[in-house]
Ligand binder design. Structure first.
Ligand SMILES: [Zn+2]
Ligand SMILES: [Zn+2]
Length: 273
C-alpha cells in the first residue's frame, strides 16, 4: 500500500483563514490526505475542534505558527505536537493577543488624531475576533473611503515609518523555539525560502530547532533542493505544507504541498531533546 500524505501547514478561522478547522479536516479527508497540522498564527484554540471531528485514522497534528523577529526580518516559526494545555504557551499567546489589540487601538487613535475617520469597533469587527493586525485597519480605511486601496493605506498611514505606524510586540526566534520545546513540541523554521535568512539556521539549531519546512508553495525547485540538502546535512526533519488559508487563496490550496505520513514519526523522535 502506498504511504499516506500529510499537509503540515494549515490556517483556519482561528487566525486569518476563512475555513473552520472542521471544514479543513473534512476537505483534507475528502482529498485522501492522511492528516493535517493545524498551524494558526499565534493561536492554538482551533486544534480541539479539528481533533474532535477527524475521521478514524486521520491524523490531526497540534501545531502553531509563531510570529517572531530578529530585529531585521520577520520570521515564522512552526511548532508541531505541542501540548495545547501548556500554561507557559497559553500565557504567552494571551500576552501576544493583548499586545496586538493594544497596538491596533493605538494605530487607530493616531489616525483619528490625524483627522482620519476610523473606529476601533469597525477594525475589531473586520478582525472577527481574531488577532488584530494592520490588514484589518487597512480594510476599515478602505471601507470608509479614506483610501482607494490597501496599498495606499500602508503607504500613507500604517506602513513601516508611516505616521500612524506602531511597532509590533515581537518574540525573538530563540524564545519561540524555547517556548515550543517547553510545551513538548518540535520547532521548525517556516518557509525559509521567503525570508532568505539561512545565516540564522545555526543559531536556530542551538536554540532547539529540529525541523525545517522544505516543501512550501512559495519555494521554487532550487529552494526545495537547497533545503533538502541542508536538512540532510544538519539532521533536521524535512517538513512541508500548503500554508492554505482556505478559499481566501482564490482556490483551496490545501494539499498543494505534502510530506509522507512517516514524517510524523520522525518529528516525534526529534522531539526527544
Ligand atoms: Zn508563515
Ligand atoms: Zn502560515
Amino acid at each position: 500500500m502506498e504511504e499516506g500524505r500529510v499537509d503540515l501547514h494549515v490556517h483556519t478561522t482561528f487566525s486569518d483563514g476563512d475555513m473552520t478547522p472542521e471544514e479543513m479536516v473534512v476537505e483534507a479527508a475528502k482529498m485522501g490526505l492522511a492528516g493535517i497540522a493545524i498551524t494558526d498564527h499565534d493561536e492554538i484554540a482551533g486544534i480541539e475542534e479539528a481533533k474532535s471531528c477527524a475521521p478514524q485514522g486521520f491524523a490531526v497534528v497540534p501545531g502553531v505558527e509563531l510570529s517572531t523577529s530578529d530585529g531585521k526580518t520577520d520570521l515564522h516559526i512552526l511548532g508541531y505536537f505541542i501540548d495545547t494545555r501548556d500554561e507557559n504557551l497559553l500565557g504567552y499567546l494571551k500576552v501576544f493577543r493583548e499586545a496586538r489589540l493594544r497596538r491596533g487601538i493605538e494605530m487607530v487613535e493616531r489616525l483619528r488624531k490625524m483627522g482620519v475617520e476610523i473606529e476601533v469597533e469597525a477594525v475589531l469587527e473586520i478582525a472577527g475576533g481574531g488577532a488584530v493586525g494592520r490588514p484589518h485597519i487597512a480594510a476599515a480605511l478602505l471601507r470608509n473611503g479614506c483610501v482607494e486601496s490597501v496599498e495606499e493605506a500602508f503607504r500613507h498611514y500604517i506602513g513601516f515609518d508611516s505616521p500612524a505606524y506602531v511597532p509590533k510586540y515581537q518574540l525573538k526566534p530563540s524564545d519561540a523555539f524555547k517556548l515550543i520545546a517547553e510545551a513538548g513540541g518540535i520547532g521548525a523554521m517556516a518557509h525559509p525560502g521567503t525570508s532568505r535568512r539561512d545565516d540564522l539556521i545555526g543559531d536556530f539549531i542551538a536554540s532547539g530547532m529540529r525541523a525545517i519546512e522544505v516543501y512550501h508553495p512559495k519555494h521554487g525547485q532550487s529552494d526545495v533542493e537547497r533545503y533538502e540538502r541542508l536538512a540532510m546535512k544538519l539532521g533536521l526533519v524535512a517538513t512541508g505544507g500548503s500554508d492554505s488559508h482556505g478559499r481566501r487563496d482564490g482556490s483551496l490550496s490545501l494539499g498543494a504541498c505534502t510530506v509522507p505520513l512517516s514524517t510524523l514519526e520522525k518529528l516525534k523522535a526529534a522531539g526527544n531533546y
